[in-house]
Ligand binder design. Sequence first.
Ligand code: SAM
Length: 299
Amino acid sequence: MDRATLIRTAWPEKYQADRPDPHGKVKSYQANFCAEVETRFGFAGKRVLEVGGALNRDFVLNDLQVKSWTAIQELSYWESIGRGTGDLGTIDYPSFDAADPKTLGPYQVITAPIERLPEKFYESFDLVISIAAFTFVQQVGPALDKIYRGLSPGGGFAVMAAQIWSSESGLFYHTVTDKMGRLFSSYPIAGHSNPVLPWWHLLVQPTDMYDRLCRTTDCEAAGNIVQELFYSRRINRLFAEDYAKYFATSPFQRYGKMQTNIAQQDLPNAALQKKLEARHPGRRDFNTHMILAYGQRLI
Ligand SMILES: C[S@@+](CC[C@H](N)C(=O)[O-])C[C@H]1O[C@@H](n2cnc3c(N)ncnc32)[C@H](O)[C@@H]1O
């Protein structure tokens, strides 16, 4: 069996315990993406930077056989969904300040945003991967710039971003409780429901959304849902076209190689497509649920 197939199938089965990262589960979408990255770039012997996550330590060191793994995460994301440092497992460095790329161990977690990667980390990695995190990165342009600088010449970059704001599945809000004790969330959490109907986040103005939600729940909870949905800093609310532009103007496109998979496809429902285009002039793509992009630094 080739290594990519092993990653996709046999290896994740060893990591099914539901413990905090970096000892937790290897989820199927993570394993599938790692298998794809294995085929394109290979992991063995590489210094890898993971942006927005901390994959299981044993998986990356023993199975992917990397030389070193540096995982960076933004703590405010976890705090905003009610999870703190305890849920994240070990944090080796609370910021980039204390971490020295020359003395890093084989595996470490740093809580810091990629947009702030300092110069001391430039050209420190052979491969940068990011799984299901770019939707949450606030400054995608600067993040791509830093990722390019963090790579040594020849280094590869692979990103998978899901739940794009401009699609039906792009809304996020987490645990709003109303006066009757009902729990609301856009996440599929047991015991939670979602009064925000499909496409509302793209079709209904915040003020109208508030008005509609006040008829389903109390107005305080309605206000909290609107606040979370439209104004929280947890997600970036970029449209699929925005990602395409950021990738197309990134240093990967200008000085290296960039391959993006963001195909514009009209929705099967033509009337809905028309309504969305009217509400968001200049936008066409409301049917991208996942973005895959691969880059390489050449100089
Ligand atoms: C939905 S979680 C995904 C976690 C994991 N990769 C997975 O596949 O389940 C999003 C992650 O992105 C991280 N994140 C958000 N903004 C970031 C930023 N600017 N730099 C680095 N990580 C960031 C959050 O801390 C969080 O770990």
